[in-house]
Design a protein around this ligand. Structure first.
Ligand code: BGC
Length: 556
């Protein structure tokens, strides 16, 4: 049965306001995990100058924007998601001038820049937390339970493992949904709201085009901070509304930020966006974050977590499109990021599946996020020695990640690779990029690299893959080039076409995309002329042979 799915029409251009159809509606946004992208000074840690020098590579790759993970002043207890000063650049990554130059260079190249903002918590080294009086008002302190307050105020667990509360020398407790070095802010305090609005304006004035809002589902906690009543809470994230995640109250904050972003954009003749890193139990609840007066995009982790199986993929695509269409927002697709197992490894350790999944993602209506290194087909590094690991969850005995919910395709994961990464941790997807050469650090920088790179990455470098039409890098370049050139891709309508079991066929204006999720060839009447394929496709006597685990774009 053919089903018509229509993605919502863009809002009309409002003259003189800088609002228009919305550049984000079909943008391809590339995530730069700054410490692992490119190192300019030889300390083995990627930095802003390194990233700026590599921007032409991203322009040439064909993306529309970059998202930079936190580079702010931070003790680095959680890879910079523990911010001590939201207006300063950590010396590890450079200076404010480096940030300014990066933004200008990106704009000169026609690339937009999104930066992270971390509003759920700060670092414990933040001046607010360091001042006992201010801390009491701006964070969540509570007396303990038990005869002498020796027990935590409730049963909440940290996402990184262990209790979500730490007791102070003064005897009371503070809440930290992540590491103890990341105390949760008190969003009942108007000063917290005012400060984050001021921080946003600071970065907007420096020219950024938007914010990726970290833990956008976390700022508001249920009144009275009620117990949950059972353990293993990390498994519930994204599966149900929790007293600390996906509370309805967070939407008022996003509405205020949308007013700020629109107001700023109108005043400056540009469109600045907010993208929610939000974990919600259903596509419908996730869509609430992208209602017309809230943020512009939300990461679609339901798609990321879908198994490599045609029915499952189809239903998650349908649910995602229907939910976002109901609020007039575009859908946002993502397969990899700095918190999850790289999709090459997650999808059964199969580069063929990863390439096919990417072509599928880029054929879907809406916007797509790429994570650095996926364009090289990098696998997760699964044999990092314990002494080099830095993920705070590893040291707290937690299972996984910043906010990774359940449902990862563990069944097709290779042995020993748990949902959250190596043993459930996140360093394995953060290994610095290989740019060139046969030996580590593969052109990452003039020194070493903060996590060891595998000895066999010489064939995966940017230099090794450039110009090789069979390489994953050239597949990404070709797909992004077609996406820019073919008006039917990006935002717009999509419908399903009939296909054999195990195969998906979806049509966009002028294009048909087939995905064979089975491990063997499938023959079908050639639907058109092949434009691009993740694996060599043959057409004989009007019959196409779709290779196992492949995706093909056909001109129709
Ligand atoms: C980020 C993680 C981080 C966590 C706490 C997440 O959503 O993506 O990397 O550990 O937030 O800030």
């Amino acid at each position: 049965m053919t089903q018509e799915l229509t993605s919502p029409s863009p809002a009309p251009q409002a003259p003189g306001t800088g609002r228009g159809p919305g550049w984000w509606r079909d943008a391809v946004i590339y995530q730069v995990y700054v410490r692992s992208f490119a190192d300019s000074d030889g300390d083995g840690i990627g930095d802003l100058r390194g990233a700026r020098e590599r921007l032409p590579y991203l322009k040439d790759l064909g993306v529309d924007a970059v998202w930079l993970t936190p580079f702010y002043a931070s003790p680095q207890a959680d890879g910079g998601y523990d911010v001590a000063d939201y207006r300063a650049v950590d010396p590890l990554f450079g200076t404010l001038q480096d940030a300014d130059e990066l933004i200008r260079t990106a704009h000169d190249l026609g690339l937009r820049v999104i930066v992270d903002i971390v509003p759920n918590h700060t670092s414990d080294r933040h001046p607010w937390f360091q001042d006992p009086e201010l801390a009491r008002q701006r964070y969540l302190f509570r007396p303990g339970k038990g005869e002498s307050g020796e027990l935590p105020p409730n049963d909440w667990e940290s996402v990184f493992g262990g209790p979500a509360w730490t007791r102070t020398d003064r005897g009371d407790w503070y809440l930290h949904l992540f590491a103890p070095e990341q105390p949760d802010l008190n969003w009942d305090n108007p000063e917290v709201h005012a400060e984050f609005e001021a921080i946003m304006r600071f970065w907007l004035d420096l020219g950024v085009d938007g914010f990726r809002v970290d833990v956008a589902h976390g700022m508001i906690k249920a009144p009275g901070l009620p117990d949950i009543g059972h353990g293993a809470q990390a498994q519930l994230i994204g599966a149900q509304v929790l007293p600390f995640f996906d509370q309805d109250g967070v939407h008022a904050i996003h509405r205020a930020w949308r007013r700020l972003l629109d107001g700023y954009g109108d005043a400056h003749g540009k469109q600045v966006i907010g993208v929610a890193e939000a974990w919600a139990p259903t596509a419908e609840r996730l869509a609430l974050y992208v209602r017309p007066d809230e943020l512009h995009q939300a990461f679609n982790f339901q798609f990321l977590n879908a198994p490599w199986q045609s029915d499952a993929l189809r239903s998650v695509i349908d649910a995602s499109l229907a939910a976002t269409a109901s609020v007039g927002a575009p859908t946002t697709w993502v397969l990899s990021n700095h918190d999850v197992v790289r999709h090459t490894t997650r999808l059964g350790g199969s580069l063929a599946r990863a390439r096919a999944a990417t072509l599928l993602m880029l054929a879907l209506p809406g916007s797509a996020y790429l994570y650095q290194g996926e364009e090289l087909g990098l696998p997760e590094v699964t044999d990092l020695p314990d002494e080099v690991r830095q993920d705070p969850a590893f040291f707290r005995g937690g299972r996984a990640t910043g906010a990774v919910g359940p449902g990862t395709d563990t069944e097709s994961a290779p042995d020993g690779v748990a949902a959250g990464g190596q043993d459930g941790f996140r360093d394995g997807c953060r290994v610095p990029l290989p740019w060139s050469g046969e030996l580590p650090p593969y052109g990452f920088g003039p020194g070493g690299s903060w996590l060891p790179q595998p000895a066999d990455w010489g064939g995966l470098t940017v230099a090794a893959q450039t110009g090789d039409p069979a390489s994953t890098l050239e597949l990404y370049r070709a797909a992004l080039e077609l996406r820019r050139r073919l008006p039917g891709l990006g935002d717009g309508p999509m419908s399903w076409a009939p296909a054999p079991d195990g195969v998906l066929a979806l049509t966009r204006p002028g294009l048909l995309c087939t995905v064979n999720t089975l491990g063997h060839d499938v023959g079908l009447p050639a639907p058109g002329t092949p434009l691009l394929s993740s694996a060599p496709v043959t057409v004989d006597d009007a019959t196409a042979q779709l290779p196992g685990d492949s995706c093909t774009w056909w001109a129709i």
